[in-house]
Write a protein that binds this ligand. Sequence first.
Ligand code: ZN
Length: 398
Amino acid sequence: MKLALAAGKHDGDFVDAYYGPSEWKAQADSATVPLAEIEQRATALIARLGERAGTDTSEIVRLRHAYLHKQLGAMVARVKMLQGATMSFDDEARALYDVTPPTNTEQHFKDVVARLDTSLPGSGPVPERYVRYRNQFVIPATRVDTVFKAAIAACKERTARHVTLPPGESFVVEYVKDKPWSGYNWYKGDFHSVIQVNTSLPIYIDRAVDLACHEGYPGHHVYNALLEKHLVRDRGWVEFAVYPLFSPQSLIAEGSANYGIEIAFPGEERTAYERATLFPLAGLPADKADEYYRIQELVRELSYAGNEAARRYLNGEIDARAAADWLVRYALMSAAAAEQRIRFVDKYRSYVINYNYGQDLVRAYVEKAAGPNATPERRWTVFSELLASPRLPSGLVQ
Ligand SMILES: [Zn+2]
């Protein structure tokens, strides 16, 4: 924890959350440990920890040991990067997030775009046509907060039916501008979060449920609160009171937050809820909800186009402009959204894989562990156990 705080002195994004002893934070703030020394001490700690926990230990203790080992490995990798080390996109993803991200060809995205060409109303090239089509579904600025509050209440109600939330958990929502991300959960400890929403770009109707689930219930807010409840408080595993952003924990965090949307609103439930509640609250045409979500489902298949743009850009194969063009062409982003995404990639780099690949890994894990034809209840049980345990990304794959 002290090493993570020390690394945070060099890299303002390194410590995503800290609610451990305040004197450790004060100590870290008062003295700067050189990066080379942080690397050396973390490496020594890995050696001391050893490869495996004893075989006589319980599963959760073995998970804790393996998790700490990989979290420290990611710290060493990030600290090396801060000292100027360079890695390929895939090597970086493996070192920081404990997975090898899949690759897709350009032809794959061309094929999905061709399928969209037949479903999307209107005529003309798909990227511009999709951006134009989507403009009908922007939440008017004056209604954003009302729509978000309704979505948060619905996500909370659905989550609380299946997950025991720590008593007194809460969060506040703030609206901000000019950030490289569209939403952010800042976990403060004591089961409290601050959720920030970036309002610089138009907010489409699908963002309401996405944001409420992803940042709130059953996403980041619940994940952090369950780790605090079950690991930090109940077991006294204090190391979970620090969350280093560039670490395997982020794949579980982003993957579970995205999968949280489909677990809270399985099948047709999301469209039904939005048609009945959110579209009217936003003053948008409810009779277009079905078509909109059919098209969104196809567009979701293009999310990996974002990873491909990031991989090529960070590997130095294309420049920022070509990467933005790729995002417009294959991820169907507006020019402004593509520009925001490039800023995100500049700052967070291979972190982009945690959203979509993380979601796919969490879904596969939950579905496999819940068993074929599992009830929604059973899936919730597996999902909430995952949120309350230190399972590694590579452990989801097995
Ligand atoms: Zn997130």
